[in-house]
Design a binder for this molecule. Structure first.
Ligand code: SAM
Length: 215
């Protein structure tokens, strides 16, 4: 498997447990609004699409019917679920790859999708550099991420709970200022914030938007 970090070798009990619990843990939040936000965002996917950290494939049913999508995911236990979910979906191809080492040529991708992934990758800047590498001129990043809150009280709570949350949620950082990092390599085109209803308060707010590489 391609991958610049060791995430692809992670197949312990905790990883398998996390993968098994992932969909049930998110189910309420999907029903209370996240599924609709995914659908709205993914309507904008066009051309050659690559999704990073596709997990169990919760985005699969939200892509436009004609979309050709490579769904990349490095963690074996998530990948096995992803493979099952894409079966029967023409145009959907799973690949085992980390987001910092995508098996794509330079400037070969029209749309990159990242939903709830930039919180978890060990080195965000390295991933963003990889996304810039694979995107064609005019290509676009579609994202939906939970981020560090601007509200000082909520941000303090995220700082306090970042360690335990990361231990529980497979390395996810609830205190990461993802948009500041994205802005170092991308121009944000549009950005909205929302509450991820049905989920623990440490993962509020969500930011949803699109960005193009700064050339
Ligand atoms: C919170 S889940 C999000 C899954 C899916 N994108 C979704 O919206 O439900 C984070 C995903 O990032 C994956 N991940 C962890 N490290 C990664 C890396 N270095 N590159 C790409 N994906 C990674 C995890 O295995 C997991 O599937």
């Amino acid at each position: 498997m391609a991958g610049g970090d060791s995430v692809g070798a992670r197949d312990g009990l905790w990883d398998r447990f996390g993968a098994a619990l992932y969909d049930p843990f998110l189910r309420r939040g999907e029903r209370l609004g996240l599924a609709g936000r995914r659908a709205e965002l993914l309507r904008r996917a066009h051309g050659r699409v690559v999704e990073i950290g596709a997990g169990t494939g919760l985005n699969v049913r939200h892509y436009p019917e004609a979309a050709e999508v490579v769904l990349s995911e490095p963690v074996p236990a998530m990948y096995r679920r992803l493979e099952k979910r894409v079966r029967g979906h023409a145009g959907m191809r799973p690949v085992r790859a980390a987001a910092d080492a995508l098996p794509m040529a330079d400037a070969s991708v029209d749309t990159v999708v990242s939903t709830l992934v930039l919180c978890t990758v060990p080195d965000v800047d390295r991933v963003l550099a990889e996304l810039v590498r694979v995107l064609r001129p005019g290509g676009r990043l579609l994202f939906c991420e939970h981020v560090r809150a601007e509200d000082p009280k909520q941000a303090r709570k995220q700082t306090r709970l970042a360690g335990p949350w990361a231990a529980f949620a497979q390395g996810c950082r609830c205190d990461r200022d993802t948009i500041a990092l994205v802005k170092q390599r991308f121009d944000i085109e549009d950005l909205s914030t929302a509450r991820w209803r049905g989920m623990p308060s440490v993962v509020h707010p969500l930011v949803i938007g699109t960005a193009t590489p700064t050339r």
